[in-house]
Design a protein around this ligand. Structure first.
Ligand code: URA
Length: 185
């Protein structure tokens, strides 16, 4: 899709915040630009920064397995992050970085036009579900946003250390799977 390609080129040259100084690669996003389901994480980590692709480290492997369990794969969905560049030492994104970078995510969403957006973890949930509530409170809830629904769930990286959250993440995804069939997706 031409608009998405042009946006990607723009983001690859972005110097709007200081993260460009320490990045190896911009991690724009990946997957099917026609996807009806989009997943949004937080920010690239070490391996994502090296490869320029989202969710390619251990959290990404877990995400692939979980998607496979509900009959999905990366070529059927689109995956992006709130931030397109890695914060040094994987620190949390700060408010200024989120404000500066999020217009890129909003543009991606408007070009891809997914019906369902799964937010992974607190940062993307706060931004897209527009709630201040933490993920343990809002995971699995449906937030209607215009013609889309946003469904927050746990970040797979957090689930690597919290098996009890992994169980909840699986439950949320299976609910989302049923919802997708209801939407004919
Ligand atoms: N964590 C994220 O939030 N995004 C990635 O791309 C990788 C790890």
């Amino acid at each position: 899709m031409r608009e998405l390609e042009l946006l990607k080129r723009e983001v690859e040259n972005c110097t709007r915040c200081n993260l460009y100084k320490t990045r190896t690669n911009v991690v724009f996003g990946d997957g099917n630009p026609e996807a009806k389901l989009m997943l949004v994480g937080e920010a690239p980590g070490y391996y994502e920064d090296k490869k320029g692709l989202p969710f390619v480290g251990s959290a990404g492997k877990l995400l692939d397995t979980l998607l496979e369990e509900i009959g999905l794969s990366r070529d059927k969905v689109y995956i992006a992050n709130v931030l397109k560049c890695r914060p040094p030492n994987n620190r949390d994104p700060n408010i200024r970085e989120i404000e500066t970078c999020s217009p890129y995510l909003f543009a991606q969403i408007s070009y891809i036009s997914p019906k369902v957006i799964i937010t992974l973890g607190n940062h993307s949930t706060r931004l897209l579900a527009e709630t201040e509530l933490g993920i343990t409170k809002v995971h699995g809830r449906i937030f209607k946003k215009g013609d889309k629904v946003v469904i927050p769930t746990f970040h797979p990286a957090a689930c690597l250390y919290h098996p009890e959250w992994l169980k909840l993440l699986r439950e949320d995804l299976s609910k989302i799977h049923s919802l997708l069939s209801e939407y004919g997706l």
